[in-house]
Design a binder for this molecule. Structure first.
Ligand code: OOG
Ligand code: MG
Length: 273
């Protein structure tokens, strides 16, 4: 049997905690953060719990479609009092199409945040330059992520949120696209695009793509670096969310949420009870 790096935790306990969190997702139940019960939970343990949780979803016919970076902006780090970038896995069941209806009742205490998405046209792995990372992007789009921590009051420490697949619950990618050529040719200043997330037409959060790790492509490079530490990489066709540019806002029934990113167009969701 393959030997896994499980930090301080046994594989059996990691399995148990992955199943517990998986049930919380399915039953929309919140729990106290794991680090109350297991103060010694390491980052390595946490990524193993995340991995086992994704295996449970895949066993239910779900499929991995990409990765998300989290806590890449100061605004997000401040909101959750955790100050280190993290990554999670995106699966097919999380995909929403732009303009679609999404329901608060399918979740615990959802929030939404403005993001930028990359769809890779080539695999990407290890230590890569900004140009190499950009050249691997088939398209660049406006996006939003719905996050829904399985922890009470959205309160967690770094290992907790990693084990909980970085709070991911759903995401939507806009239909407007730009390409690496737009960036290389100077038509799109990817490192400083205005981003506005509106609720019922009124701006609720405003920021710049510069807030995402200094530049969204730096977030993609950092993801590759972090994945390579665990012997992993990104595959052709995978979607990458670079991380929220602003703090997230509560997802409220009866509202329409829209994000516009300069040069990348709009993306929206209708929120029902
Ligand atoms: C953690 C997930 C952070 C982002 O874009 O920064 C995240 C959380 O805020 O619950 O998705
Ligand atoms: Mg996010």
């Amino acid at each position: 049997m393959a030997k896994h790096d499980t930090g301080s935790m046994t594989e059996t306990l990691a399995q148990e905690l992955a199943s517990e969190l998986d049930r919380n997702v399915l039953e929309r139940k919140e729990i106290d953060r794991l680090t109350i019960r297991y103060p010694a939970l390491s980052l390595s343990d946490a990524y193993r719990i995340q991995e086992l949780g994704i295996e449970l979803r895949v066993a239910r016919e779900d499929r991995v479609v990409g990765m998300k970076m989290g806590l890449t902006s100061k605004a997000k780090m401040r909101q959750v009092s955790v100050d280190s970038p993290i990554y999670g896995v995106l699966t097919r069941s999380m995909i929403l199409s732009s303009g679609a209806v999404t329901r608060v009742s399918e979740r615990i205490h959802p929030k939404i945040e403005p993001e930028i998405a990359f769809v890779l046209s080539k695999p990407l792995k290890g230590i890569v330059s900004a140009d190499e990372a950009l050249a691997a992007c088939g398209r660049i789009s406006a996006a939003m992520e719905i996050i829904d921590s399985r922890y009470r009051n959205f309160e967690f420490q770094l290992p907790d949120v990693i084990a909980d697949n970085c709070s991911s619950s759903g995401f939507v990618i806009g239909t407007g696209i730009a390409t690496p050529e737009d960036v290389f040719a100077g038509r799109l200043d990817l490192g400083n695009l205005g981003m506005v997330m509106s609720v019922d037409g009124k701006p609720a959060q405003m920021g710049s793509s510069a807030a995402i790790y200094g530049h969204p492509i730096e977030s993609l490079r950092e993801l590759c670096r972090m994945l390579s530490e665990r012997g992993k990489g990104l595959e052709k066709g995978q979607i990458v969310l670079a991380g929220g540019a602003t703090a997230a806002i509560e997802l409220k029934a009866g509202t329409k949420i829209e994000t516009e990113v300069q040069g990348l167009g709009k993306v929206s969701l209708e929120v029902h009870a």
